[in-house]
Design a protein around this ligand. Structure first.
Ligand code: PAF
Length: 298
């Protein structure tokens, strides 16, 4: 595995792969890697001839007063882990390489970025869209891999890729969890041992909402109030939001009728935990054709 820090060199390497007819997978990350990132990398290595991973704590997606300085970093350990997974290039740019003096152009996030995490983190998704667009131009990947713990981020980037006719497939990958259900996140390192023991309550609350829907309940408000009730049982949690939205456009759902994202964010000590479930009352492949899928007998 090579480590590349310069945009110019990264572009040259990735374009050389493309010229040789090799497929390229990109896994964008902010480092302090865990098995969740590892699962994205493993999938990219399986599906592409070459895999590049970026490790870049992107200042543009942190608001004033957020944890940019404190964000955990361990590039040496990350490099070791990525080498063991068979990655070809680690792209490790400095902020001044990605945002040189005079940098002034940003990708505006679609309106999907105003709700959920976007409501309490204004500008966050603009920063995400900007850096991901830059990474796509630098690495020219065929496929890019994102974890569904950050489901809103995935749906926003998918919208961006469709709207701007990008030639890259965005591959959503399942959330990887600890045995007690807590979604893996670099920010879990902020939790004290007591908070860490309490943290799976967020997952349990989401599963309660999902259980209500799986049992036939269709009132999204009721699903979210079940979730809120469970989180309220531990006063250390401070709820940011609990919402049910359509996955297609992240618009609010009253009665659950199609693929629905139930997403929640809560503060626990220094950490802001996010997690979600995606529920579809009529999943594809269940026999009934979905809108736009035809369905004529063969
Ligand atoms: O999900 C993340 O780690 C970041 O938001 C991403 C996609 C690497 C952009 O900085």
């Amino acid at each position: 595995m090579e480590t590349v820090t310069a945009v110019r060199e990264m572009k040259a390497r990735c374009r050389a792969w493309r010229r040789q007819g090799l497929s390229v997978g990109l896994v964008p990350t902010m480092g302090f890697l865990h098995r969740g990132h590892g699962s994205l990398v493993e999938r990219s290595v399986l599906e592409n001839s070459r895999t590049a991973v970026s490790v870049f704590v992107n200042p543009a997606q942190f608001g004033p007063g957020e944890d940019l300085e404190a964000y955990p970093r361990d590039p040496a350990r990350d490099a070791e882990y990525l080498r063991s997974l068979g990655v070809n290039i680690l792209f490790l740019p400095e902020p001044s390489e990605m945002y040189p003096p005079g940098f002034a152009t940003f990708v505006e996030a679609p309106s999907l970025g105003l709700r959920l995490c976007g409501a309490s983190r204004p500008g966050h998704f603009r920063g995400v869209c900007t850096v991901v667009m830059k990474l796509f131009h630098i690495a020219v990947p065929d496929r890019a891999y994102f974890g569904l713990k950050d489901a809103q981020q995935f749906f926003i980037l998918r919208r961006m890729a469709r709207d701007l006719d990008l030639d890259v497939s965005l591959v959503p990958c399942p959330t990887v969890r600890e045995v007690d259900g807590l979604a893996l996140s670099s920010r879990n390192s902020y939790l004290t041992p007591e908070e860490r023991a309490a943290a799976p309550l967020l997952r349990r609350a989401l599963l309660e909402a999902e259980g209500y829907l799986a049992a036939g309940g269709r009132d999204a408000g009721e699903a979210c109030s079940l979730l809120r009730g469970i989180l309220a049982s531990d006063p250390r949690f401070s709820l940011d939001y609990a919402e049910a939205v359509r996955t297609e456009d992240l618009s609010p759902v009253g009665t659950v009728g199609g693929e629905t994202l139930i997403a929640a964010a809560a503060r626990l000590g220094r950490a802001r935990l996010i997690d979600n479930v995606i529920f579809d009352p009529d999943p594809p492949g269940r026999g009934r054709p979905r809108r736009g899928e035809g369905g004529a007998p063969r």
